[in-house]
Ligand binder design. Structure first.
Ligand code: AP5
Length: 376
């Protein structure tokens, strides 16, 4: 069952239609045992009660009457404060057995007021049937006779209950999600595209992004953009990148955190050039966990050093990338990769996520190998 979005909030499946149906049947059975032969009046408290009232009454097969009310709160005199009244009660209920139907009872303020008003109308008896009850926050003495489902003090929608007008028509209950992102781990595809400089990460990431409808996050691209804009971050990054060294972990981790927040409704991410150290990999796992997600696969493009240098030198003639122009910088990027980044293969291998992919061949051949690995 998928999460849903109502207005600005994400809700996740909470109580299924089947469970609700069972619980409503139980309540109907208890009411039948008590009231059969008495012709009680059911009074539903709108708006939230309509679903529960309809389903409950479908399961009651003795004579009964049904009415609906709305609870109105209005400011009284300064001394009386909030006074409640019932709107829409057209039934004569004096001397009758009344069963009030509520969608939810939490602190009990509303139901206490409704019981008091109905009792004062001279009924023979009054009872309450509620779909949901929050026993941990209920603080009134009055007894709630029939409770279909007890729940923790959480915000729920569906089956008549709403969030700011929406959600009443959902035929099961949803709860406000702790992780306010739309996709759960099952819905997302998160890929770490790994490999030494020049292995083809950027080239393949663009193709994978299109195929799987993912967000491509390249820390190298983001840093180059900052450099281009002459930002403070760019100036800092430049001093490391132009030597072929890594930019400090804290800087890139913050960058990735911002990006994850910006694209929290995406189908998933291709991380290109990130993580590059164990600290970055751990930070990425923690960040994704906060979003109820994780890395699905780490695809490591394997290309020998000679080919890497050849590719980068070739690109450097046209790309204008500072770190492509100087062979000693290219060499240092490869050394840094072998020393600091390559050990991450064991980090992902231990999680069963490391997949080695031959990065030599045509771009299409490498792409086919990647998608075969992802789809399997
Ligand atoms: P980054 O931008 O990530 O560069 P890189 O890792 O050095 O990788 P490249 O962009 O050079 O290569 P690529 O694997 O993407 O291959 P591409 O597809 O371009 O990082 C740059 C710097 O930023 C780092 O050195 C560091 O200072 C800093 N940085 C970035 N992320 C960081 C982080 N997380 N932490 C700290 N610092 C960070 O292909 C290369 C060339 O080969 C292209 O010309 C392409 O056309 C060609 N090519 C691609 N595939 C093939 C193929 N199959 N056959 C022949 N040619 C091919």
């Amino acid at each position: 069952m998928k999460k849903i979005k109502l207005h600005d909030k994400i809700f996740e499946p909470f109580i299924s239609e089947e469970k609700i149906d069972q619980a409503v049947s139980e309540v109907a059975k208890k009411i039948t045992n008590k009231y059969e032969g008495k012709t009680p009046v059911f009074i539903g408290v709108l708006n939230g009660c309509f679903y529960f009232t309809a389903d409950l009454l479908k399961k009651i097969d003795f004579d009964c009457e049904v009415s609906f009310v709305k609870v109105a709160s209005y400011q009284g005199t300064q001394t009386t404060g909030n006074v409640r009244q019932l709107l829409g009660l057209d039934q004569k209920i004096k001397g009758r057995d009344v069963i009030i139907i509520e969608d939810i009872v939490d602190t009990g303020n509303t139901i206490e007021a409704v019981i008091e008003i109905i009792t004062n109308m001279g009924v023979s008896s009054v009872a309450v049937a509620t779909l949901l009850m929050k026993p941990d926050v209920y603080d009134k003495k009055v007894k709630i006779d029939y409770v279909a489902l007890n729940i923790d003090p959480e915000f729920v929608v569906g089956y008549g209950l709403d969030y700011d007008g929406l959600g009443r028509n959902l035929n099961q209950l949803y709860v406000l999600s702790q992780a306010q992102n739309l996709k759960s781990d099952e819905d997302m595809l998160n890929i770490v595209l790994f490999g030494p400089p020049g292995a083809g990460k950027g080239t393949q990431a663009i193709k994978l992004k299109d195929k799987y409808n993912l967000v491509h996050l390249s820390t190298g691209d983001i840093l180059r953009k900052e450099i281009g804009e002459g930002s403070e971050l760019g100036t800092l990054a430049k001093s490391f990148m132009n030597k072929g060294e890594l930019v400090p972990d804290g800087v890139v981790i913050d960058m990735i955190e911002n990006c994850l927040n910006d694209y929290k409704d995406s189908n998933g991410f291709i991380f290109d050039g990130f993580p590059r150290t164990t600290e970055q990999a751990k930070a990425l796992d923690n960040l994704l966990q906060k979003h109820d997600a994780g890395i699905d696969t780490m695809l490591s493009l394997e290309v020998d050093d000679e080919e890497l240098v050849d590719r980068i030198v070739k690109r450097g003639k046209e790309s204008g990338r500072e770190d492509d122009k100087n062979e000693s910088v290219i060499f240092n990027r490869i050394v840094t990769y072998n020393k600091k980044t390559s050990p991450l293969k064991s980090y992902y291998d231990e999680q069963g996520k490391y997949n080695s992919i031959t990065g030599v061949g045509t771009v299409e051949e490498v792409f086919d190998r990647l998608i075969t690995s992802i789809d399997s």
